[in-house]
Every structure is written in structure tokens, then in C-alpha cells.
Ligand binder design. Structure first.
Ligand SMILES: [Zn+2]
Length: 182
């Protein structure tokens, strides 16, 4: 399982850490500091984003960063400390697309244990069709369902969220979809 880079140095005192079972009965290997005994816990990260819509179209961003440079994605990114999931999703939408939105309901909660992440996407009503993409985005534009470049979508969580969004809109009901991608 490849997740993040291993921790090398203690965040508390700077000494080199060792991965081992802590002495407190924990059953997982942790980065433990031999100098000050600090145990460094590593937990999944939340990726939060939106499906911004304008009439029957949705806003996608062409990535100007790796991984998946040049592929299309929904505005999304890592949640920051001190913000809620919805605040983080709105912030990412502003940063990546410069889009003015009104946040609506949650569409998907997707666990991706292989990379230690949970992805959450919200519906967001666009208040304007003028965008001002940030440096992480080559281009931000609207797509109708039959215009979506399905083969050029950057991530499976984005593709499956878009599929649920369009299907729910056809049905006229918007439940939360909670599932896993392995
Ligand atoms: Zn230490």
C-alpha cells in the first residue's frame, strides 16, 4: 500500500523517528520518536469539492498541475484545518475556477483507502457563467452531459460523482451516495 512518504523526523524535537509498534498496545506501526517518545499518527485526508452547475451544464477545470496534467476535473482539493467540508469545497471552487457559487447538498462521500483519502462533493449553483481560473487550472468551462470528455476525466471519484449528479438530476431527487473505490 503506497500512501504518503514516511515520516523521517520528529515534529516535536527533530530527532530521527523509527516505525514500530508503540508500547501502549497499539496494533499498527507508527513513527515513534526515540528521543521524546512522541507518536506520530497518520490518518486519511479529506478531499472536498463541488459540482458547479449552470442550467443543464456543469463546470469542469482542465488541470495545470500534476498528477493528471491536462485532464479535466471538478474543482476540489485538500480540506484545510479550521474549515468545514462545505467551506473547503467553496474555497477550492473559488481558487481553481474563480467561480461564484451558492453551496447546496452533498452528492458523494467516497472512501479511497488505497491512497488514504475520503472525497466529498457538493452540488453548487453557479451565480455567474464568468470564471477566473487560478494557476492550477488551464481552462474552466461549462459542459452539457453529452459534451463531457469522459475519457479525459482526471480521477475516478470525479467521474463517478458526475455520473451520479446527472442521473439524480434526471430523476429529480438528490440523495447522498456513500461508497468506496478500491
Ligand atoms: Zn521527538
Amino acid at each position: 500500500m503506497i500512501l504518503r512518504s514516511p515520516i523521517k523526523h520528529c515534529r516535536n524535537c527533530g530527532a530521527e523517528v523509527a516505525y514500530r509498534l508503540p508500547d501502549d498496545g497499539d496494533t499498527r506501526q507508527r513513527a515513534v520518536c526515540p528521543a521524546c517518545d512522541t507518536i506520530h499518527y497518520e490518518n486519511p485526508l479529506n478531499v472536498v469539492g463541488t459540482v458547479p452547475y449552470w442550467g443543464d451544464k456543469v463546470l469542469l477545470c482542465k488541470r495545470n498541475i500534476e498528477p493528471r496534467w491536462g485532464k479535466w476535473t471538478l474543482p476540489a482539493g485538500f480540506m484545510e484545518l479550521g474549515e468545514t467540508t462545505a467551506q473547503g469545497a467553496a474555497r477550492e471552487t473559488d481558487e481553481e475556477a474563480g467561480a461564484k457559487i451558492e453551496m447546496e447538498g452533498l452528492i458523494t462521500v467516497i472512501s479511497v483507502p488505497r491512497v488514504g483519502q475520503v472525497h466529498l462533493f457538493y452540488r453548487a449553483r453557479l451565480l455567474s457563467d464568468l470564471f477566473d481560473p487560478g494557476h492550477e487550472t488551464i481552462e474552466a468551462r461549462l459542459f452539457a452531459e453529452d459534451e463531457i470528455p469522459w475519457e479525459e476525466i482526471a480521477f475516478r471519484t470525479v467521474k463517478e460523482t458526475l455520473e451520479h449528479y446527472f442521473e439524480d438530476r434526471r430523476k429529480g431527487s438528490f440523495p447522498v451516495h456513500n461508497f468506496d473505490i478500491h
